[in-house]
Design a protein around this ligand. Structure first.
Ligand code: IFM
Length: 682
């Protein structure tokens, strides 16, 4: 992915696009010498500064790559991010002929490498480790000749580096290896850092570069996606996958903020974006990373239990926005367009996050077959979230169950009753929790009964779910007269007006068809797509890719492709004008889901991989997706009239149809009038 020149209007966007990260630390693609007018950032996953007002914000780390260079003429220089190796290159066009490379070692996370090469002389003192502008919270020193910088907030980040300067035929080459460490809760010592530095210095840049290439080769081998016949989309998809892989650690706990490690928008907080949008790609391609994401939730279960108790409820109430300690991190207010202070009610009311966390645990366990997780901390997540809903559901005198006063995924309508998404996800959570507890358990019996009583707004006459109680009574509004979606309808119409009309921010009812297709009425996808798509502003970046996935499943490939194109290029083209604040990781996860869950119709069943291939867009020659199911490698190649399922081992498959066929890979499925049929078993 290449950027040419230095367009001041695109600068911050380009910095986000050119981020290099290793799952623990991210470094935006700011140049070595860039200062004022740019937005440089080194960011550590899940590490925050002291709360600024009510909100913890990411603690900026030391700018380990900075070099004291004369400002370069950047108007026609080239920078490119090599997605195959995770290396950011720069080739200047000015007299110094500057060339640089930079990467975050995937093979040795927390180790960073840079090389700067210019005509003329550099001094080793030109290599800087610049503390972020955090005043007295940052310190620097040079114990034993190693430059060390420490930044302290709620947590802390320390960095140390070593440099090597040489002359290469009149050109100075400045190599630098830096190591960083972070702790979300404590002040770190630098002792471990120095020994790590000794080891990586001994390895040297060339070996680190070779390891980097190998580590990325291995990751792509597991996760590659190819779209034959549409190279532009293929590159955009790979760009998304690259950043998903870069943004999530694969051991310990992975706090995955809405913008990953590429920017500070949404204050680095963890939303359902992580559990529902990002996690599925990792569960299917690099399960240890998905597991680390769940460990983040598991470690914050006590905080969620405490919140439920404080609300007079049982179980666990996860925060809508989560930071280091697992308490609610949503800012209570924001400044609106006219400068007025507006309340933010999502932290109080967007409760579906509880079921979203449960769904992530179930989904990961189903894809990976990780039984230890499922019977240990996964079980605890499922049970405590179900317990929450059991205490939250109100039973009316007529025996029906209700969840009142919530915000659903459509945040344009606040404090609504019986939001279909929340109720159906709660119902799914109660049933799944009951399955985990087992039948003779009286609590499980009660949960099943509550689940059966919960209303879901389904109308069998129309085949649609009412998004919340009273939604169909709201004024009908012609969105097409306002602007072409995606559009921030709240900005154009104002919150008050929006709350009174049938305009929705993002997939809400339709998220059910996407996440829990067995929990909604069969064949209700099309009526709900037809009902809700015209009302959807796509004011959230989470929306387009999910619609692409559902349109593919509804057999409308060209319409699906239009939304997929938009989602895949959302950051590359800065469609929402917000990429400067960081990449939209949820959208990127949604892009993969549109291909895997949409066009290939994949879904995990307890013991088998579900497969329901859909029609591909005419312009594609084929779609190849690689993944793992229950530890076995699977390669799916869809070519319009047939699908090959290969890989290692004999993976059990359930191929959709009436009746569904139980098969094992490797197999070629041929499209016939009566559905997908195995061809000459191999
Ligand atoms: O989680 C999303 C939400 O669904 C819409 N507003 C932005 C959040 C963070 O991406």
């Amino acid at each position: 992915v290449e950027v040419t020149g230095d367009d001041p209007a695109r600068r911050r966007v380009d910095e986000a696009l050119l981020t290099v990260a290793d799952g623990r630390f991210g470094t935006r693609g700011t140049r070595e010498e860039d200062g004022t007018g740019y937005d440089p950032l080194v960011m550590a996953a899940g590490v925050y500064a002291l709360p600024d007002g009510d909100t913890p914000r990411p603690l900026p780390g030391p700018l380990w790559y900075a070099v004291d260079l004369d400002p370069e003429n950047t108007s026609s220089e080239r920078r490119w991010l090599d997605l195959r190796s995770g290396v950011l290159y720069r080739q200047g066009a000015g007299p110094s002929g500057i060339r640089t490379l930079r990467f975050a070692c995937l093979a040795r996370p927390t180790t960073m490498v840079s090389r700067v090469e210019v005509a003329g002389r550099l001094e080793s003192g030109d290599a800087l480790m610049v503390p972020p502008s955090e005043g007295d919270r940052a310190g620097r020193g040079t114990p034993n000749g190693t430059q060390v910088v420490r930044v302290v907030g709620q947590g802390s980040i320390v960095g140390a580096f070593t440099t090597e300067l040489r002359d290469d035929g009149g050109r100075s080459v400045l190599d630098r290896i830096a190591v960083l460490a972070a702790d979300p809760r404590a002040r770190l010592s630098t002792a471990g850092l120095r020994s790590q530095l000794t080891v990586v210095r001994h390895a040297g840049i060339d070996q680190l570069l070779a390891e980097q290439q190998q580590a990325w080769d291995d990751r792509w081998e597991e996760a590659q996606v190819s779209i034959d016949g549409d190279p532009e989309l293929e590159l955009a998809v790979r760009f998304a996958l690259f950043h998903l892989m870069s943004s999530v650690a694969d051991d310990g706990e992975a706090a995955v903020g809405a913008r990953g490690l590429s920017g500070t928008a949404y204050a680095g907080h963890v939303f359902w974006d992580a559990d529902v949008f990002v996690l599925p790609f990792l569960a299917a391609t690099h399960p240890t990373a998905a597991r680390a994401m769940l460990e983040y939730r598991v470690a914050r279960l006590p905080a969620a239990q405490l919140r439920a108790r404080q609300l007079g409820l049982a179980g666990a109430r996860f925060p809508w926005e989560s930071a280091a300690d697992g308490t609610e991190a949503t800012p209570p207010t924001t400044i609106g367009l006219e400068g007025a202070v507006q309340p933010v009610r999502t932290g109080e009311l967007e409760e579906h996050i509880v079921a979203d966390v449960a769904w992530a645990a179930w989904h990961y366990a189903s894809w990976s077959g990780d039984r230890r997780f499922w019977s240990g901390s996964g079980r605890r997540l499922l049970v405590e979230t179900a317990r929450y809903w059991a205490s939250r559901v109100e039973i009316d005198p007529d025996g029906t169950g209700h969840i009142r006063g919530v915000i659903g995924p459509d945040e344009y309508h606040e404090e609504v009753d019986d939001n279909a998404y929340t109720n159906v996800m709660a119902r799914w959570n109660l049933r799944c929790g009951a399955d985990v507890l087992g039948s003779p358990d009286p609590e499980a019996v009660r949960w099943r009964d509550l689940a059966d009583r919960l209303v879901d707004g389904y109308d069998p006459r129309t085949g649609t779910y009412e998004q919340f109680d009273g939604f169909w009574q709201l004024e009908r509004f012609d969105l097409s007269g306002l602007a072409v979606p995606p559009v921030a309808a709240d900005v154009l119409l104002g919150r008050e007006r929006l709350s009174a009309v049938q305009v929705i921010k993002q997939a809400d009812v339709l998220m059910l068809h996407h996440l829990v297709p067995d929990e909604v009425v069969e064949a209700s996808l099309v009526p709900n797509l037809d009902a809700y798509l015209p009302l959807t502003a796509h004011g959230s970046s989470l929306s387009p890719a999910i619609h692409a996935s559902l349109l593919a499943r509804a057999g409308r490939p060209e319409q699906a492709l239009a939304w997929l194109d938009l989602a895949a290029r959302l950051d590359l083209d800065d469609h929402t004008g917000t990429t400067a604040g960081g990449l939209h990781l949820a959208t990127m996860g949604g892009v993969w889901q549109a291909l895997a869950f949409g066009f290939l119709g994949l879904r995990p069943h307890t013991e088998a991989l579900g497969l329901h291939p859909q029609a591909l867009p005419d312009g594609w020659d084929g779609l190849e997706v690689r993944l793992r199911f229950h530890g076995h490698r699977v390669v799916l190649h869809h070519r319009h009239d047939h699908v090959d399922v290969d890989g290692e081992g004999r993976v059990p498959l359930i191929v959709a149809g009436r009746p569904a066929r139980h098969l094992r890979s490797p197999v070629r499925l041929r499209r016939r009038a009566d559905g997908w049929t195995p061809e000459d078993p191999r």
